[in-house]
Design a binder for this molecule. Structure first.
Ligand code: HEM
Length: 481
């Protein structure tokens, strides 16, 4: 009797642990049709939390690759693993080929924000919320407002004027925190590009509101006072007030220019239908949101990596000095100048590959699909792990090395560079962010010097990779020669 009790207790504990460990698999794994291939290998982790603990541990360490690396070393290099992330049963798509399949097959893999998030935070009719044919039609209608020759003609002088003012102001101040200043700069510039004039908005407040709104996008959609989601909904409402005011002022004034708002006001679809007012307001807000934070990170990382790689710095400086020397004082950069910045373009691509500002993007599975001998079940989420595509040594040789020449030496396949995504949802602001960073780095490298005040910064990876101290630098204007 004395021996029975402890044995039963041990057996019960084992059963309990096994129930806890297998709860997600029992609860979420679907019954597959007889003869269907199995789910991909992997583990759905702990109840409620799934694999979030491993994910956070990896992304809070100095080696975020260890998260996917754990799946690869346990389950092989198949490029597909089942997991449980962000409260959803999820397939991790980690190889370049699988990511391409996921991002380019919109009839099966579509964006799938919860309805409530679309309604309360994103806006019902913005690019990242609409799906299928509606998405195709909207893309066709709004992309020219960001990347047509007419749009670029408006963007370039606007960016350059702001850059010149900004860099002089930075040099006057001496010490600045690079990422914080770059954020303010990209926010002001994208605002001018989008709405074309001073609208009296408070940029510091707007930056904070977008930050609060973005935090809510991945939070539990519980609208109770004090939750991240509720704060995000309030932030969005405050932002929307500002943007409706700007919209009405412009609509009533009938003034039009090369700015995005003018182009959206005048845009019509194939049937001659204009965009609806609330859609234009939501689109402008979504571009302003998507268009400042990521570009500010890109510019900051360019400044960091150039300082850390003197040979790349010297080569880029030589290319940019040659362009600058051909200019009369005050003469602006032209599109032809931008096209001649071939090394700059490789440095930017390599920075985006190495840093992975958007480490992954998600899709919802619309119907059961078989891929590489596995079933991906309907209703699950797929995370296309863009970061792994860039950091896979089988795709990019010595992936941890910063080597802008890999883009000519390795001649990589187009789907192995996914910094801006792939397929129909590829970032519509990719050109704009490259133009903006090229112009700022052109003026910075040809006329100023910057020295990091803390070269031994600590790196953090969430929500975007960056130095924990946001990269404080001392900036000085070069003497004219
Ligand atoms: C370094 C800068 C940037 C990076 C790394 C970046 C990255 C990305 C990525 C990876 C996607 C694809 C998302 C997906 O497949 O679900 C995307 C989409 C998007 N981006 Fe960007 N982006 C940048 C700059 C910009 C700028 C400047 C704008 C606007 C002016 C912008 C607006 C958007 C929008 C609206 C979408 C949604 C497109 C759709 O769903 O059709 N982004 N971006």
């Amino acid at each position: 009797m004395d021996l029975w009790l402890p044995s039963i207790a041990v057996a019960l504990i084992i059963v309990l642990i096994s129930c806890i460990l297998n709860f997600n698999s029992w609860f979420y794994a679907p019954k597959l049709r007889p003869g269907s291939p199995p789910l991909p290998p992997g583990s759905l982790g702990w109840p409620v939390f799934g694999n979030m603990g491993d994910f956070l541990q990896a992304f809070k360490s100095s080696n975020p690759e260890s998260f996917v690396g754990g799946f690869i070393s346990k389950y092989g290099c198949g490029g597909l693993y089942k997991a449980f992330l962000f409260r959803q049963p999820t397939i991790l798509a980690t190889s370049a080929e699988v990511c391409k399949t996921v991002l380019c097959n919109h009839d099966v893999f579509e964006i799938g924000w919860p309805e409530r998030v679309v309604k309360e935070l994103l806006g019902l009719k913005v690019l990242s919320a609409v799906t299928g044919d509606d998405h195709l039609k909207l893309s066709k209608l709004v992309k020219p407002a960001l990347s047509s020759p007419k749009a670029i003609q408006h963007q370039m002088p606007c960016i350059e004027e702001n850059v010149k003012k900004l860099l002089d102001e930075w040099a006057d101040r001496g010490n600045i925190v690079f990422l914080d200043e770059a954020r303010m700069f990209t926010l002001k510039t994208i605002h001018e590009i989008l709405v074309g004039e001073d609208t009296g908005i408070d940029f510091k407040q707007v930056s904070g509101l977008f930050h609060t709104m973005n935090k809510g996008l991945r939070a539990l959609p519980l609208n109770f006072p004090g939750t991240a989601y509720s704060n995000a909904v309030k932030a969005r409402a405050t932002l929307a007030n500002d943007f409706w005011r700007i919209f009405y002022e412009r609509k009533e004034s009938k003034k039009r220019g090369g700015d995005t708002l003018s182009m959206l006001l005048d845009a019509t679809d194939e049937g001659g239908q204009p965009l609806e007012d609330d859609q234009i307001v939501d689109l402008i807000m979504s571009f302003m949101n998507g268009g400042h934070e990521s570009t500010a990170h890109l510019v900051t990382w360019l400044a960091i990596l150039l300082k850390e790689h003197p040979a790349v710095y010297q080569r880029l400086k030589a290319e940019q000095d040659e362009i600058a020397l051909k200019k009369m004082p005050g003469e602006s950069l032209t599109l032809a100048d931008m096209r001649s910045m071939t090394y700059m373009s490789r440095v930017i691509d390599e920075t985006l590959r190495l840093i992975n500002i958007s480490p992954f993007v998600f899709r919802k599975v619309l119907s059961d699909v078989q891929l590489n001998g596995y079933t991906i079940p309907r209703g699950w989420f797929v995370e296309a792990w863009l970061r792994q595509v860039h950091m896979d040594p089988l795709v990019h040789k010595n992936p941890r090395e910063f080597d802008p020449d890999r883009w000519i030496n390795e001649k990589p396949q187009p789907h192995t560079y996914v910094a801006f995504g792939l397929g129909n949802r590829k970032c519509p602001g990719s050109n704009l962010s490259k133009i903006q960073s090229s112009i700022i780095i052109h003026h910075l490298i040809t006329k100023y010097n910057w020295e990091p005040l803390n070269p031994h910064y600590k790196l953090v990876y969430l929500p975007h990779p960056r130095p924990a101290d946001h990269y404080p630098v001392k900036i000085t204007k070069r003497a004219l020669v």
